[in-house]
Design a protein. Structure first.
Length: 309
């Protein structure tokens, strides 16, 4: 991702004011809060998002090496993600696109059904080929613990903890390819997500992108181009659950995988902490992310999904 260099008006939608939905959201949040309170003695519950499990999933990705499109490490990561989804009972498919002579694969795990369109929760699984912000080795690849592995880890842990019966919801866990080569060798940012959005045959009701969400000093601001009403929903849940990583201030506009959806009028948000000292450097390693940060984000997203109708 990169910081957007042009201004863009906030894409806003009216806040949902239906009293029944508001009541239901409060009930879901109460249940979520009770689950959090009980989590100390229920760490292995199949319904509770576990940050330690997510950290293990991030570490597993790191064993493949840099996940650069077109490399063996990237192919191994892709196969592992797809196999993980299938093992957890998610209907898994691959959206393929050729970009600048490279075959990109967006992976999708689907569950449930809805007349209102799917809820898309996305993260990119590729990593940057060159650590161009590194003061010592700018030609080396980025390991991608936070910038790549953290978002994927949360999605895979959500795949474990979300119920098999989604009660009228349809969830797509979407692993985007070709996000992080932007500005290198003529590549654009979010190549995989842009192709995916262009090829949609159904319209998602909402898109939530998770990127760089594992920093030990996690501070997620409200990304400036994201849909305002979705931000309000998610940040309200974060406040209720006491997720201090969600900061109540507006951050800078960022070019990331949410933008192709916004450009098509689809409500989308980018949950990201760009104030990460190791961004696009060789120091983006596993020791820079924490289970606590992953857990805060995962539990907020899980509660938000269960609050939606």
């Amino acid at each position: 991702m990169r910081i957007a260099t042009i201004s863009r008006a906030l894409i806003t939608h009216p806040m949902l004011s239906n009293q029944h939905k508001a009541t239901r959201i409060r009930i879901v949040l109460l249940v979520s809060a009770l689950a959090l309170a009980a989590s100390g003695c229920a760490r292995n519950s199949a319904t509770v998002f576990d940050g330690e499990e997510a950290l293990l999933l991030a570490g597993r990705q790191m064993t493949f090496g840099a996940r650069i499109p077109g490399t063996a490490a990237h192919a191994e990561a892709e196969e592992w993600i797809a196999a993980s989804l299938e093992a957890l009972g998610w209907e898994t498919s691959v959206h393929t696109v050729i970009y600048r002579g490279v075959e990109l694969h967006n992976l999708v795990g689907k569950r449930g059904a809805s007349n209102d369109g799917p809820i898309v929760i996305g993260a990119h699984y590729d990593t940057r080929p060159k650590a161009d912000r590194d003061p010592v080795d700018p030609e080396q690849p980025v390991p991608g613990a936070n910038d790549g592995a953290s978002g994927v880890a949360i999605l895979l842990e959500l795949a474990r903890v979300l119920p098999s019966d989604l009660d009228g919801r349809e969830i797509w866990l979407t692993f985007f390819d070709g996000e992080d080569s932007g500005g290198l060798d003529g590549w654009e940012w979010s190549a995989g997500a842009a192709a995916f959005a262009a090829d949609l045959t159904v319209t998602p009701q909402a898109v939530v992108i998770l990127d760089m969400v594992g920093d030990v000093d996690l501070q997620i601001r409200r990304e400036a181009t994201s849909d305002a009403s979705l931000l309000d929903e998610i940040w309200s849940i974060a406040d209720t659950l006491g997720a201090r990583a969600f900061v109540q201030e507006t951050g800078v506009p960022i070019m990331d995988d949410h933008r192709p959806f916004l450009d098509r009028g689809i409500p989308a948000v980018d949950i990201i902490d760009l104030q990460y000292a190791h961004w696009h450097t060789t120091a983006d390693t596993l020791d820079k992310i924490s289970a606590e940060s992953l857990e805060q984000v995962g539990r907020v997203v899980q509660a938000w999904i269960l609050s939606r109708r």
